[in-house]
Design a protein around this ligand. Structure first.
Ligand code: SF4
Length: 370
């Protein structure tokens, strides 16, 4: 059998290699995997870590994902919706604080009022954030769920920044049975295929396409995670956001429990590092959920090959109501405190925060020639 040290030197990986990397628990082997992923990241995508200022502008959702703390059937969550001015002000704050990009996230809605509201917000953010430092305006990542191709196109046009336009739509798991279990869709044909179609539509509409999975879902196997990585490759993704599965109050799956925290952290870091080795030129976000499991969780993500961080710049008063999972960190921190803290902690990993840049993935640049 090959050793971990032998496997991490490869540039092509069999499923057996991937599963071996995902199953690492021995501290010496874990250190070898971590160093290899860190080196592969810095050699391929550089030493920079990019910010995406996260604005969670509404927790109103029409869906009922069983793992989620803000699903529509949880009536214990006060619902909120930020107005246009508040969202635009948060975006301007990000631009003034040298973030090159923001991410707009909300629960999933497909009604015309919502679609037009987002269009208007995007147009205004672009108008207000073009400057000598950001000649194309802020880069925008949208995380607003499954929409039609026409809606994706409408939002793309409104963003005014085709080279800094991204969409994050996680498929959560490539195992169709598990996907249906997560989404309360037993027997619902092709739920997962619909998600893949939405990702294809995003590509067609000109977005840099991001997706991802949850790690440690009850019933998920290492073979499933290996297939998730194969699916990342098949979808030719530009960026990946994945994090540990953490139960949430108000979620329908609460009773199914979750992995023991240390083991879950280990598996999550293995998944990040393995993905970096298999697909070296993508952007990988260090999920905030890593921090919910362990202090310095996001820094560990960077040490295992992540190159994107999403500081939460949502106004503090509503932030506590956007709890997709329990113990979400940074609920009480002011954005300016977060800035200071993050800059320091990223530098502690030997990497640098890149300011005033869009931070698009090298994979996208290679794919499109930009
Ligand atoms: S995961 Fe997203 S789409 Fe699903 S219920 Fe939660 S907020 Fe809504």
């Amino acid at each position: 059998m090959k050793t971990i040290a032998e496997i991490v030197k490869q540039t092509e990986f069999s499923n057996e290699d991937i599963i071996r990397l995902l199953s690492v628990t021995d501290p010496e082997e874990a250190a070898i995997l971590q160093k290899a992923a860190y080196d592969r990241a810095t050699q391929t995508v550089g030493n920079n870590v990019y910010y995406r200022g996260l604005i969670e502008f509404s927790n109103i959702c029409t869906l009922d994902c069983r793992y989620c703390g803000i699903r529509k059937s949880n009536h214990n969550v006060p619902r909120y919706e930020l107005d246009k001015n508040t969202i635009v002000e948060a975006a301007i704050w990000a631009a003034q604080n040298h973030y090159g990009s923001i991410c707009l996230q909300s629960g999933e809605r497909r009604d015309p009022k919502f679609i037009n509201f987002v269009t208007d917000v995007l147009r205004t953010i672009h108008e207000k954030t073009v400057s000598p430092e950001l000649p194309h305006g802020l880069g925008i990542t949208l995380s607003l769920g499954e929409q039609t191709l026409e809606v994706y196109q409408q939002w793309a046009q409104a963003s005014g920044n085709p080279i800094g336009l991204r969409y994050l739509l996680r498929f959560e798991t490539s195992n169709p049975k598990l996907f249906d279990h997560l989404h309360n869709a037993p027997g619902r044909e092709k739920g997962l295929e619909r998600r893949y179609q939405a990702l294809a539509d995003l590509r067609q509409a000109g977005y840099q396409v991001g997706s991802g999975v949850m790690i440690g879902i009850p019933g998920q196997t290492l073979e499933d995670l290996c297939q998730d990585i194969r699916t990342f490759q098949k979808l030719d993704l530009d960026m990946i956001g994945m994090g540990p599965y953490i139960t949430s109050d108000g979620a329908d799956m609460l009773g199914e429990g979750m992995m023991e925290e240390k083991a879950l952290m280990r598996l999550s870091l293995n998944m990040i590092a393995t993905t970096r080795l298999v697909i070296p030129d993508i952007n990988i976000a260090a999920a905030t959920a890593l921090h919910a499991l362990e202090e310095n969780g996001r820094e560990k993500g960077i040490l295992h090959g992540c190159n994107v961080i999403m500081p939460n710049i949502t106004p503090r008063l509503v932030r506590k109501n956007y709890q997709l999972y329990a113990n979400k960190p940074f609920i009480e921190q002011e954005p300016s405190d977060t800035n200071h803290y993050l800059q320091h902690s990223i530098q502690s990993t030997g990497r640098e925060v890149a300011l005033n840049v869009l931070g698009s993935s090298k994979h996208w640049k290679n794919r499109t020639g930009h």
